[in-house]
Ligand binder design. Sequence first.
Ligand SMILES: Nc1ncnc2c1ncn2[C@@H]1O[C@H](COP(=O)(O)OP(=O)(O)O)[C@@H](O)[C@H]1O
Ligand SMILES: [Mg+2]
Length: 388
Amino acid sequence: MQSSVEPAYIQDFIHFEQHVAKLIHRAGWTVETAKPNQRGYDLAIKKDNFVGAVQVKWLKNNVTAPQLLAFANFLDSEEGQKYNFGWFITTKGFGGPAQALIKSWGQNSKIRCGIALENKLVGFDKVSVIDEEPKPGDTTQNTPKKVYFGVFTCKGGVGKTTVAAHLAGALALQGFNIALVDLDPEKNLQKLVGDGVFVPNPKGVGTTIQVFDGSDWHEDSARDCQIVICDCSPALERNPEELVKQLDYCIIPTTLNPLGINKHGKVIQDTVKEIRELNNHAHLFVLVNNFKDPGIRRLRLMKNVYFDAYKEISQTDDKFHCIDPEEVCIRASDILYYWGIHVLENPENSASRLAFDLIGGRCYPREDFISLADYIENKAGIGFLRAN
Ligand SMILES: Nc1ncnc2c1ncn2[C@@H]1O[C@H](COP(=O)(O)OP(=O)(O)O)[C@@H](O)[C@H]1O
Ligand SMILES: [Mg+2]
């Protein structure tokens, strides 16, 4: 965390975007703010016959390669082709992999990357100058509302991190940009996914999963994300209170094990109680993870006990949903067990891709998580956020 006082122009996204717009305007460009729901860029700029799209990235840390790839993908899209070039302007700087990517694009790339300082824009290496001698200008923009998901059970090892990451993957495949926030001090999510994944879409603009450490998280750092998924710490009090209060949906992973149903029932009851102390509006979904099919007869018996354990909560809390495992559950799978290994580097364009995107035929994790994403999308009505 920074101890020194930040200059006013980077205090939040709006100030930063205005600052960038000013710098560009002073260099003789006409600057227009993109419409609030416009995907891919923040400012459209024009001088003589040149039109450019500018992505303004307000971050507390360095730009990552997936964030750049998303912009490159936008510039290749039909909408993006209307622009002669793109500028990617950020607050702090560019991380190692991002710098390597920029260098691999070379001098003639359609994208130029820079940092906005107090009086000028400088290149990504802080040396090559993008523009100088600024003059005043102005713009404003509202932040579209994001949907917040938490994945929380007050117990370790039930699949919170697995569910958070793969739900992010499934939603990214369905056309959403996702911010994944790692709130667990164990940082398993970051160990597994790194700082993000770019999910290419052959039919349109690709999407990103950007990963944030809880301490770096700020809504303005993820302005292009429609969905925020928090991988929560199992100790509720260790999660930032504002975030818990902000959750619209919370997924509560559990296991359906004949010996543990009552014990797990108690864990879920405690989980719900803890969430409700801070947040009364979130829809809560209990999700069976690590499901091993016991055959239909035993499953029906187990389901009765399972639903019984939550009957009381269901009767008093109308935003509590216990997902029927026959409808949606996450099956036990070797692929999931080792799923971290499947987040592979794709050497062709240095984009990492989610493993389940690569596996054809029957792929339990992918099918299960897409069904979960569909289920939640239907219940939650987040389809309007879909961009592509
Ligand atoms: N559906 C599943 N099938 C197989 N292994 C799973 C499944 N869900 C989780 N696991 C494994 O169980 C362990 C705990 O999962 P994790 O997501 O880290 O739980 P938590 O975040 O709640 O502590 C991990 O090794 C993970 O790979
Ligand atoms: Mg975890």
